[in-house]
Every structure is written in C-alpha cells, then in structure tokens.
Design a protein around this ligand. Structure first.
Ligand SMILES: [Ca+2]
Ligand SMILES: [Ca+2]
Ligand SMILES: [Ca+2]
Length: 691
C-alpha cells in the first residue's frame, strides 16, 4: 500500500515537471532539453529585459537530467519577449514557452510571476487582450503550496469595488461585465491570501474593449474569390531574357482563369526597384523595367478585366529604396525639403531608421503630411491612371505591405481616400501577427487581412493532432473578430516555406489543410508554384522559384496530381456557395467541433437550407464510427440515409478500406452517430446534409 502511494506521488511529480519557465528565488528559471544528437556547447537567454544581449544570462548544463537551466531576474507582472541563443549564434524559440508570438519573429512570451506568493493564471480576457464582444471575466487564483482563502479576496474593476463569485473547488473567480461597457482600456486589480497566510500583494491586469459598432464592409466579390500570388520575375518570361514579365503573365491568363479557376491576382511589387523582389521602390509611378513597359502592363490589365480577374497591387509604403529621389536629395543634406520625410538619426542625415536590417530601405516618417499625401496620389494614379473617373484602366485594390509599420491614423485616411475614388477597391493588409494585434487594423482601415493566426493554428493542429484544441482556437478566434470582417487564408507566400515543407513532406496533411482552407470561410489564396508541389524552405529566395511551364501539361494529365487537386477544390467551392459564405460570431455560417472522442475535427457550413458536414481525420488511425453532440446539428433534418449520394469531396481510402464508404448518419436523442464512415488517417470527407 505504501509503495503504491509513493509510486503515484512519484509519477505525478515526474509528469508535472514542466520545462516551461518557472518562478524561482531571484527571478525566472528557463529550461532547455536538446534533441538527441543536437550539439549544444553554450546556451543563453535574451529578450526585451536585457536589450536582446546574447551571453548575459547563460544556462548551466545538468548532464544527469539532460537539461540546461538558466535564471534571469525578470520583473514579476511585466510581459517579456525572449529567445534562446545556442552556441552564441543560433537564435531559437523556447519550445516550452507558454505563448509564442504569431509574427515573423516567433518570440517566446511570458509574464513572470513572483516566487513564493499567490498569483493568478488563465485570465480571460488575457492581459492586454482586445475583445469585440462582452463575456464574463474569469481567472484562476493560485496559492503558494495551499488553497486561496476566499475571505481575503479584494477586487477592483476600473478602480471601483467589484462584486464577484468564487468557486472554491476550481479556484476560479468570475464576474460579469455590463452590456454598456465603454470601448477602451479596462483595469482589474486584486489581492488575495492563501491558507498558509501568504499574500499576493497587488495584482493588476488590463484588457481593451473594441466593439465595432460600425461593422467592416469589405467588397462582397472576395467572399467567393480565389486569390493567386505571383512573383512576376519568375512566373512567365515572354521574350527569352530569362526574366518574367507582364507579357508573360498575359499569355498565361488562360491557365490561371480557365484551367485553375482563380479570379484574383496579387502581384508582388511591379514598381521600379533595385532589388529582385522589388520591396524597395525607386519610383512609385513606374513599371519595373525588367517586367516590360507601361503599355505591356495596360494590356495585361485589360485582358484581366475581360476575363473577370481582379488585380491587386503590392503597395510598399513603409520605406522607399535608398535611391528614391527624395532620399537621394536628403542624404547628407539636412536642408533638404525631404529631411523630415525620413527618420534620420543624426544631424548630418547620414544615418537613419530602416526596415529590419535593410539599410537600403529607409523608413518614411508619416508624421510629415507630405509623405501621406504622396501615397494618396500614387493610389489615385493606379486606380485611375488617366483620371477620367472610369476605373476600367485601373487596378482593383491594394495589398499593403508591412501594414503594422505604418500608423493606424494613416491607414484610416488612406481608406477614406481610396473608397471615395472607388468603393469597390479592395484594401488588403499584411499584418503578420496574432489576433490581438490584428483586430485594430479592421476598424475603418482594412477590408481584409492575411490570416496568420489560422496559418499557425493549422500548423499546430497538423503537428499535435489535437482536434479539440483546433476547434476551440478557431471558434474563439472567429468570435473575437468584428462583424463583416473578411480574411485571406493561405498555406504559403513569398516569405514562408512551401506548404509541403510546412507539413514535412506529408502529402495527406497538405491535402487536409488545403481542404480546410477551401471549405471554410475566408478567401483562399494560392502562392504560384504550390499547385506544382514546389518545395522550398527559408530564406525566402528558396521559395521564389522559376515556374516550369512544361510541368503543367504533365500535371494535368496525371489524375492524382496536386494541380488537379487544387482544381477540384476550387470547383467544389464554386459549386457549393455555402462553403464561401462569410462567417463571424454576428452572422454565423460555421460551427467547428471535435467528435466525442476528440479524434476527428468536424465542421458544419450552412447557408439557408444548404448544410454541409466536413470531417478531418488526423488521429493516426482509421475512423470507422463517429459520435457527436447533437447540439451541433440543430439546423439539420435527418430525413433519409442516402448519404453516399451526397459525398461532395473525399480522401477517405486506404488499401484496406477502398470503396467501403456507405455512411449512415442518424440522430439518437442527444447524439448524432455516423457509422460505417471510414476515414483513413490523413483523410477527409465533405457531405451535404440536407438535400
Ligand atoms: Ca522577360
Ligand atoms: Ca529594377
Ligand atoms: Ca480611367
């Protein structure tokens, strides 16, 4: 008996030994466990707390445990971003960080808690979070080696005493927010003691309300659009100089619109530039000479209009090229009229703030109205080059590069200006960051944003196979976004690895992820070459390959090719409009949930009487029978059992179960049972539920 008890205690201790950063005397302890065969000679932690200086807080190796440990004196309650540095050179993300930023940096994020005193966790809304709908505040109170004492809790909301309820079993404190809660910052302050008599001291957390009384109004065209991103330089060359050009794209529009079925093109920058990628513009009113003439561009645009294809321009306004005439004038010339258009950091105008590490990309200063007005003029030019009020010679919208580097106030001005010229013009923003960061960019600024949170959530699901977590993330995410919002969903672009590499060469995961992107809300986007199963990992040069046009015919001829898979998905989305219906918590067109065992991720798409059930099996085994809560099927009438007639799309076969798909779906009381629904690991199915 004693041995058994000891064993239980011992194993629970082992399991609970997390490698997440933990409070210790004198600061926060970080852990790192190298992978088998990983060569680690030295290791340190750095972040905002020490100016990102490598080596200042080194780890010590504990060979017996196979773990490295370091302590940094972090200030409790103050959120920090951090990374680990291996062998002084390789910056990596802490694999056990409680949160990882969903931007290009992938930093670990922690809010250190003090050692030896009670603290709070699982706070909702989380510290610093933006909310768009009102829901109760909840948090878990954690004592130091003992339970919190309810009688000691003191709670203030925006400086006023606040009533609350406290569940002593779960240690969760909660209170409701008033329906008329004003927008803006809200502060929660509390203190409490535990049964050992330790006191938390004052704990503060803040959140923001952003209610979007005005919903986002994005052009309806993009709800059912399929977008395609092109790097002009490597897409199609018309004159044999080895560089892709406008005439080359024009000659391939048949492939894009008829063969593939896309109807929106985002072209990487086409203004004159000194780099291959073009993200540093020399002249905002020009066509890159490598890509052809302005006439070539106009012919391309006209052919797109004839085919009903919309064209988005990559608008790069955070910085210019260092040979832009403004910068040439201002460089080493403090009396230049353009001195205050840039962010010079010395008196002589010989040093300046720039984008990332690129000195060739001097940052503009939007505090100077001259800068903003210049880009309104550029926008007007591309929307209507001859200024006659007829947009048939203009672009259909802007893909705004590095949008988070440019002030919100400017995007608001930009929106008003663009919409006053052409209300149908699309304003699409690249905000490479988490949901919390995205939200403010919708408010009177952008019609659509690239959905980075979904990109990372999908990656996590494919790695972890945690269907319940995926469904929860997606539901929570959708409910936080404003009414009427739209987003672009993608698996890759010119800055990210190719999708096959994202899923480590696993074709089943790739097909599942694509299926989700084409069956769920948001505008799907394809990065050129993905349909030919191109591979490539960062740096970005590796994912900007030359498109090999002679592969297309082969790919079309092979039924099982990725190109044909893309074509099927696009056709599926077009044939079933419910799949492209917009979704947010105000206008619901989707419900996502796991099955009762948490093995499959399922979703229902609905639009009026059209109801579809999608199921993904990423569980590692064959699913034969599924059971769901009937609550998810409220709008469904279970009339007959001819389900096999209603399979819209499926990748369900394995060698053992080929052709054995005759699902029966019935509702019994509180449950919906889908039996004989064979889905192999890596498979998916989409069924129409109502005839
Ligand atoms: Ca060429
Ligand atoms: Ca050039
Ligand atoms: Ca015109």
């Amino acid at each position: 008996m004693k041995i058994a008890v000891f064993f239980v205690l011992f194993s629970s201790l082992t399991i609970s030994q997390s490698l997440a950063p933990a409070p210790v005397e004198g600061g926060t302890m970080f852990f790192y466990k190298p992978a088998e065969g990983e060569q680690v000679n030295s290791l340190s932690v750095a972040g905002g707390f020490n100016g990102w200086k490598a080596g200042q807080y080194p780890f010590t190796h504990f060979p017996k445990e196979g773990i490295w440990k370091a302590v940094a004196p972090l200030e409790p309650g103050k959120e920090v971003f951090y990374k680990f540095i291996i062998n002084d050179t390789l910056w990596i993300t802490d694999p056990n960080a409680p949160f990882i930023t969903e931007d290009e940096w992938r930093n670990g994020v922690i809010t250190p808690v003090p050692y030896g005193v009670p603290y709070i966790s699982e706070v909702h809304p989380a510290q610093g979070q933006r909310i768009t709908r009102i829901s109760p505040v909840t948090m878990r109170l954690i004592g130091f080696n003992s339970q919190p004492d309810k009688n000691t809790i003191r709670l203030l909301f925006n400086g006023q005493r606040q009533e609350f309820s406290f569940n002593e079993n779960t240690s969760v404190l909660s209170f409701s927010l008033p329906d008329d809660l004003p927008d803006g910052e809200h502060t929660i302050e509390l203190s409490f003691g535990d049964k050992n008599g330790k006191n938390s001291g004052k704990i503060q957390t803040k959140f923001f309300a952003d209610r979007y009384i005005i919903p986002v109004t994005s052009p309806a065209f993009y709800d059912s659009a399929v977008m395609y991103e092109i790097y002009i330089r490597t897409f199609a060359d018309s004159d044999g100089d080895g560089i892709g050009d406008f005439n080359g794209i024009t000659s391939r529009l048949g492939y894009l619109s008829d063969t593939l079925g896309v109807n929106t093109l985002w072209l990487m920058p086409w203004n004159e530039s000194t780099t291959e990628h073009g993200y540093n513009v020399v002249d905002y009113f020009s066509i890159e000479q490598d890509y052809g003439t302005f006439e070539d561009y106009q012919i391309f645009l006209k052919e797109c209009k004839n085919r009903g294809i919309r064209v988005l321009m990559d608008f790069v306004i955070n910085h210019t090229d260092s040979t832009h005439n403004w910068f040439l004038d201002a460089y080493n010339n403090p009396s230049s009229t353009y001195t205050s258009s840039y962010q010079f950091t010395n008196d002589k105008n010989t040093d300046w703030n720039h984008f990332g590490v690129e000195r060739k990309m001097p940052k503009l200063d939007f505090d100077n109205p001259q800068v903003g007005e210049y880009f309104l003029e550029a926008a007007r030019f591309w929307l209507d080059p001859n200024g006659d009020g007829d947009f048939s010679d203009g672009i259909d919208g802007f893909r705004c590069d590095a949008a988070k580097e440019v002030p919100h106030t400017y995007w608001n001005t930009f929106r008003k200006f663009v919409k006053s010229i052409n209300p149908e013009a699309l304003i699409l923003g690249e905000v490479w960051d988490n949901l919390n960061y995205l939200i403010p960019f919708y408010k009177e600024e952008f019609d659509m944003l690239f959905d980075y949170p979904f990109y990372y959530s999908l990656e996590r699901y494919m790695t972890s196979a945690d269907a319940a977590k995926f469904a929860e993330d997606e539901s929570r995410y959708e409910s936080a976004l404003p009414a009427g919002h739209q987003k672009v969903r993608f698996l890759s672009n010119h800055d990210n690895q190719r999708p096959l590499n994202l899923f480590e060469g696993n074709l089943n995961k790739l097909r599942q992820a694509l299926f989700l992107i084409f069956a769920m809300p948001g505008t799907p986007m394809i990065y050129y070459g993905d349909e030919l199963l191109y591979q490539g990992v960062l740096p970005p040069e590796n994912v900007r390959n030359q498109l090999e046009w002679n592969f297309i015919a082969d790919s079309l001829a092979y039924e099982g090719s990725m190109l044909n898979f893309y074509r099927e998905l696009i056709a599926m989305r077009k044939a079933h409009p419910a799949l492209s219906r917009k979704h947010d918590s105000f206008e619901s067109s989707m419900n996502i949930f796991p099955d009762k065992k948490g093995e499959a991720a399922a979703f229902i798409r609905y639009s009026g009487k059209d109801i579809y059930l999608g199921v993904i099996n990423n569980s590692g085994k064959i699913i034969k029978d599924l059971e769901f809560d009937a609550d998810h099927f409220n709008n469904v009438t279970f009339t007959d059992n001819r389900w096999h007639d209603r399979i819209i799309a499926a990748e369900i076969e394995s060698d053992n179960f080929r052709g054995m798909v005759y699902p029966e779906i019935v509702k019994i009381g509180e449950r919906v049972l889908a039996s004989a629904l064979y889905i192999n690991h890596g498979g998916f199915i989409l069924l129409k539920l109502n005839q």
